[in-house]
Ligand binder design. Structure first.
Ligand code: NAD
Ligand code: ZN
Ligand code: ZN
Length: 344
């Protein structure tokens, strides 16, 4: 089959031919209908050999949807031809976290060498994807896989980040979204669907701020060194901040616009470090840095799509065009999410 791989440290994604995978006992083979392109892949491709936590080559793509093509011995609960989304943060399935559906925080994944597809295990930007267990599939039903595949990360990750902050987002509150790209433009919609908060979006690109407005931001602010002052002048401090960039200047903005008891959530993996201490951040503010989301949260996000309140802005590419999609994402030119269609 054809697949898009990151083959050597410092290289660029390449379209290659690899052997067709076959499902072993308990495994499911999907014919991939759509696979999303995430900025985390760009971060991974920037790591040194020492920083890389898995071997190469790696088939990319940790947002996947497909139809069940074949099932291994002992698989129950899925049928051939069924349309499914892949829950990506695979864990052991049995530890205290996995038992609660929080496989994103599996306590044994490292020890057992379990890695997500596209982030260690072969990923979804390929004609076929092998899934290790039926519990990592969620039925899509009549949801369009192309429009909704990115909800498995660009929807699930902000949903998890926002869910923990919901008690703070009461009527009269304000929330800030920093970085209105793939994750951020979904975050704005989730905040509008789930809370009465005034939503303020920050980005460095006018085009992305326009998308932020289209998807429901009440206000948009250019993300520069004066952004924090502007947000404070508009609000007097906000009850929740979601930073989908996570570089030092955005983390500084995020902590400095926080009101007392605010939730500051750093989702972007740009290496920024928050300063927390008495008198350094507003009283009683909390800072967290979550990873992905739980299986039940993925089911909830898909329900929101079914209800018509989240709509991922998608640009589509063929498998051959996947390297171009990564180039455009790297250059900041993707407005919304790039989705690869391996079927052509
Ligand atoms: P993206 O490229 O689609 O979006 C990033 C957005 O940030 C773009 O709109 C860009 O214009 C904007 N931006 C860049 N610099 C900025 C600045 N200084 N101020 C404001 N906006 C700025 O990326 P994405 O796929 O949405 O991913 C966002 C981040 O989240 C990445 O760092 C990614 O690695 C990370 N991520 C983390 C998790 C997690 O579980 N913690 C999961 C998925 C992605
Ligand atoms: Zn991702
Ligand atoms: Zn586990």
């Amino acid at each position: 089959m054809r697949a898009v791989q990151y083959r050597e440290v410092g290289g660029s994604p390449e379209v290659v031919t690899v052997p067709d995978p076959e499902p072993g006992p308990g495994e499911i083979l999907l014919r991939v209908s759509a696979a999303g392109v995430c900025h985390s892949d760009i971060a991974v491709m920037g790591w040194t050999a020492e920083e890389l936590t898995f071997g190469l080559p790696l088939t990319l793509g940790h947002e996947g949807a497909g139809t069940v093509e074949a099932i291994g011995d002992g698989v129950r609960g899925v049928s051939i031809g069924e349309s499914v989304a892949v829950y990506g943060p695979w864990g052991c399935g049995a530890c205290i976290m996995c038992s609660q559906g929080k496989e994103n925080y599996c306590v044994r994944a490292d020890e057992l060498g379990i890695m997500p597809p596209g982030l260690g295990a072969p990923g979804a930007i390929a004609e076929y994807l092998l899934v290790d267990d039926a519990r990592h599939l969620v039925p899509l039903g009549d949801l369009d896989p192309v429009a909704n595949v990115s909800l498995t990360d660009a929807g699930l990750t902000p949903y998890h980040a926002i869910k923990g902050a919901l008690p703070k987002l009461v009527p009269g509150s304000a929330a800030v979204v920093i970085g209105t790209g793939g994750l951020g433009h979904v975050a704005i919609q989730l905040l509008r669907a789930l809370t009465p908060a005034r939503v303020i979006a920050l980005d460095v690109s006018a085009e992305k701020l326009e998308l932020a407005r289209e998807v429901g931001a009440h206000e948009v602010v250019l993300s520069d060194e004066r952004a924090a002052d502007r947000v404070r002048a508009m609000t007097g401090g906000v009850q929740a901040v979601f930073d989908f960039v996570g570089v030092p200047p955005t983390v500084a903005t995020a902590t400095s616009v926080a009101a007392a008891e605010a939730e500051v959530v750093i989702v972007g993996i740009g290496g920024g470090v928050a300063q927390v201490g008495f008198g350094v951040i507003a009283f009683d503010a909390s800072v967290r840095a979550p990873y992905w989301g739980t299986r039940s949260e993925l089911i909830e996000v898909l329900e929101l799509a079914r209800a018509g309140v989240v709509d991922v802005r998608v640009e589509t590419y063929s498998l051959d065009e996947a390297p171009k999609a990564y180039e455009r994402l790297h250059a900041g030119k993707v407005n919304g999410r790039a989705v690869i269609l391996p079927g052509g």
